[in-house]
Design a binder for this molecule. Structure first.
Ligand code: HEC
Length: 160
C-alpha cells in the first residue's frame, strides 16, 4: 500500500513536471504568442513568461475538468476556439476570458454562473483561486488562446 502511494505521488509529480517543462522549455515565436485581445480584432502579444505562468495556473486549477481544453461533464462547451467563439458573448479573446474568470455565465449568456463555475469574484466559494492576482487571471486567460496552437488536440470532445 505504501509503495502504491509513493508510486502514485511519483506519477503525479512526473506528470506536473512534464507538463510545466513542456512550456517552460519552449521559446515560443511571436506568432504563437499573438492572441486576440477583444472582439474588434485587436491583438496582443503574450511573453513566454506569461504563457508559462498561465500554463502553471491552468494545470493547478483547471486541468481536472478541462484536460486538453475539453470540458468534463459538458462536451458542448469546450475551451476550443470554435466553441469559445459561439458563446454569448463570444469568449475567443483575452478580455472576454478574463471576464469569464471573474463573472462566468452560461454558454447562452443568460445565467450568472458565479456560484457554479470557479472564479475570482467568490473566494468564499472558490478559495483555491483567492491568491490569483490580476496578472495571473490575465495570464491564464491568455494561455487558453495560445494552447490550441501548441496542441492540436486542444478543445473538442472527450470522445475522440
Ligand atoms: C469542477 C470542474 C471545473 C473546473 C475546476 C473549471 N471548469 Fe471551466 N467549465 C466547467 C464546465 C462544466 C463548463 C461548461 C459550463 C457551461 O455549461 O456553460 C466550463 C466552462 C468554462 C469556460 C467557457 C467555455 C466556452 O466555450 O464558453 C471557460 C473559459 C472555462 N471553463 C475556463 C476555466 C478555467 C480557466 C478554469 C481554471 C481556473 C476552469 N474553467 C475550471 C467546469 C470546470
Amino acid at each position: 500500500m505504501k509503495r502504491f502511494i509513493l508510486l502514485a505521488i511519483a506519477t503525479v509529480f512526473f506528470f506536473f513536471q512534464f507538463q510545466t517543462n513542456a512550456v517552460n522549455a519552449l521559446e515560443l515565436n511571436e506568432e504563437t504568442r499573438t492572441i486576440a485581445l477583444d472582439e474588434t480584432g485587436k491583438t496582443t502579444i503574450m511573453s513566454d513568461q506569461q504563457v508559462s505562468n498561465g500554463n502553471r495556473i491552468f494545470i493547478q486549477n483547471c486541468t481536472k475538468c478541462h484536460l486538453q481544453g475539453k470540458t468534463k461533464t459538458n462536451n458542448n462547451v469546450s475551451l476550443g476556439l470554435e466553441d469559445l467563439s459561439k458563446a454569448e458573448p463570444p469568449r475567443d479573446n483575452l478580455l472576454a476570458l478574463v471576464d469569464y474568470l471573474k463573472y462566468p455565465t452560461s454558454y447562452d449568456g443568460e445565467d450568472d454562473y458565479t456560484e457554479l463555475h470557479p472564479n475570482v469574484t467568490r473566494p468564499d466559494i472558490y478559495p483555491e483561486l483567492k491568491n490569483l492576482t490580476e496578472d495571473d487571471v490575465y495570464d491564464v486567460a491568455g494561455y487558453m488562446l495560445v494552447a490550441p496552437k501548441l496542441d492540436e488536440r486542444w478543445g473538442g470532445t472527450i470522445y475522440f
